[in-house]
Design a protein around this ligand. Structure first.
Ligand code: SAM
Length: 209
């Protein structure tokens, strides 16, 4: 891990990452579940933190109005280049940029939706906290934060497969202990929805008040 987080590159980036992610339950159905009933109408803007190869952005793009905007950010060029390869398949053509989630190069109140899947836990604790405060800063009033990350496993196949990895190292304790809602509350992001999508992936939706 570098000081900003675990950069997924080489054998853990791009096509290799996508293949492995699918094996571990992160196929198209998982991303559709993440998005749920969230839709982008004309003029709306969304930001995907730690977008990787773009699967969450593309799941949102499938139903997004052509005049909406989706931007994915990541610190790995391997992931971003892979994502860019598919961006032209969607009418709103998501854009992918290299930056870290704790220092977003966007003005205050730029986005209607900030979203993230399985990325916050790959960063050091200081970056995680800063990412949530940056999220609150770049969201418009009443904007939405969709946060999916793994949390304390519940009984189920994925929980059993992942359990040894999840227990390894205390760097993962924040999401295990479900501290994101507390950090979000400090940034005036109010928890509206909270549910497991499977035995490890926890989907939480916050609204900026
Ligand atoms: C486990 S992958 C998740 C990728 C994608 N969201 C998905 O659902 O497949 C975590 C991603 O976060 C990226 N990442 C790690 N630290 C980051 C940071 N500080 N800022 C932005 N992206 C970061 C990694 O390069 C990697 O692509």
């Amino acid at each position: 891990m570098n000081q900003k987080g675990h950069e997924f590159k080489g054998l853990s980036g791009g096509v290799h990452y996508r293949r492995l992610a699918k094996l571990f339950g992160m196929g198209e159905a998982y991303y559709r579940q993440c998005i749920g009933n969230i839709r982008l109408t004309a003029g709306m803007k969304a930001l995907d933190l730690g977008c990787g190869p773009g699967a969450l952005s593309f799941a949102l793009a499938q139903t997004a109005h052509p005049d909406s905007e989706i931007t994915g950010i990541d610190i790995s060029n391997d992931q971003l280049n892979y994502a860019r390869h598919f961006a032209g398949s969607y009418p709103c053509k998501p854009a992918f940029e290299n930056c870290s989630m704790d220092a977003l190069p966007y003005p205050d109140g730029s986005f209607d939706l900030v979203m993230t899947s399985m990325a916050i836990h790959t960063t050091p604790p200081s970056v995680r906290r800063a990412a949530i405060s940056e999220t609150a800063r770049v969201l418009k009033p009443e904007g939405m934060f969709l946060c999916v990350d793994w949390s304390k496993p519940r009984f189920g196949l994925l929980g059993i497969i992942w359990f040894p990895f999840l227990c390894w190292g205390d760097k993962n304790k924040d999401n295990w202990d479900n501290v994101y809602p507390q950090w979000c509350a400090e940034q005036k992001l109010h928890l509206c929805e909270d549910a497991y999508l499977n035995s490890i992936a926890r989907r939480q939706v916050f609204k900026k008040i």
